[in-house]
Design a protein around this ligand. Structure first.
Ligand code: CP
Length: 302
């Protein structure tokens, strides 16, 4: 992992993923240390974010490092027409590691090719969100005491949801059974079904959440990604298709945990928040420890 960019979750082997999860547990027991003293991490967010940016920044601050960057590219020289390449080459001179979110699929890979420091993909369009996946895996392992052979129900926008795409690929190292629930126009793309068949991973599809909820160990709910739709009416047609309500948790497994990468819009009703099966806010907290593990591994400090 040392000095390597993290662009796609497939950049990490099964053993490397397990190493990050183990390190994250160590950071959870001791989140404030001085490991990043003298190090500068740049956070370049060309798209909005609450959790990813702030948990990265919290992770760095708690380890004694410094953060530079922007939260809105209109406040950078990109607004004057500067290219992504020139921006990344410049920021490489000011930092030891770049964390970047960008609306274009493939932008993180491109940035990693032109940067002189490692680049961490904080989400590139509908493609990948590998650090979210690592915190999702950490949350799964922590709540289930195990990560192998689980029944994983992926719900919502399976077409545009980058967290779903990264998570599916990473979990495939651990022999899950997948249950996909979505509106017919937001089904998991074919390329991922081909990937699952090639890896002999069982999967089932439905438009009805109740059909699979009773067998799930993990229900991973996602919002419909309004910003990815070119046609607003298409969003309107799909936005209420899969909603988890409190009463639907009756007759579910005792170990079921509800995960969501957040932000939530309407796809989990707020009465679910009171259930001991709701885990999404703790999941967001886990992002700090997992990102501490990622940064210190890449910088070769652990
Ligand atoms: N989960 C996630 O990526 O959240 P933000 O968009 O708030 O960073």
């Amino acid at each position: 992992m040392k000095n390597r960019s993290l662009v796609s979750i497939t950049d990490y082997s099964r053993d490397e993923i397990l190493k990050i999860l183990s390190l994250a547990a160590e950071f959870e027991s001791k989140p404030s240390q001085n490991l990043l003293s003298g190090k500068v991490v740049a956070t370049l967010f060309f798209e909005p974010s609450t959790r990813t940016r702030l948990s990265f920044e919290s992770a760095v601050n708690r380890l004694g490092g410094s953060v530079i960057g922007f939260t809105d590219s209109s406040s950078s020289s990109v607004s004057k027409g500067e290219s992504l390449k020139d921006t990344i080459k410049t920021v490489s001179n000011y930092s030891d590691l770049i964390v970047m979110r960008h609306p274009l699929e493939g932008s993180a890979k491109y940035a990693s090719e032109v940067a002189s420091v490692p680049v961490v993909n904080a989400g590139d369009g509908a493609n990948q969100h590998p650090t979210q996946t690592l915190l999702d895996l950490y949350s799964i392992q922590k709540t289930q005491k195990n990560i192998e052979k689980l029944n994983i129900c992926l719900v919502g926008d399976l077409k545009y949801g980058r967290t779903v795409h990264s998570l599916l690929m990473a979990l495939s190292y651990f022999k899950p059974v997948f249950y996909f629930v979505s509106h017919s126009s937001l089904q998991i793309p074919n390329e991922y079904k081909i990937f699952l068949r090639e890896h002999s991973i069982e999967f089932y599809e439905s438009a009805e959440l109740r059909e699979f909820l009773s067998v799930a160990d993990i229900a991973y709910i996602t919002r419909v990604q309004r910003e990815r739709f070119s046609e607003p009416m298409e969003y309107e047609k799909t936005k209420n298709a899969c909603i988890l309500r409190g009463e639907m948790l009756e007759n579910t497994k005792s170990n079921l945990k509800i995960l969501h990468p957040l932000p939530r819009v309407n796809e989990i009703t707020t009465d679910v928040d009171n259930s001991e099966k709701a885990y999404y806010f703790t999941q967001a907290l886990n992002g700090v420890f997992v990102r501490q593990a990622i940064i210190t591994s890449i910088l070769g400090l652990v």
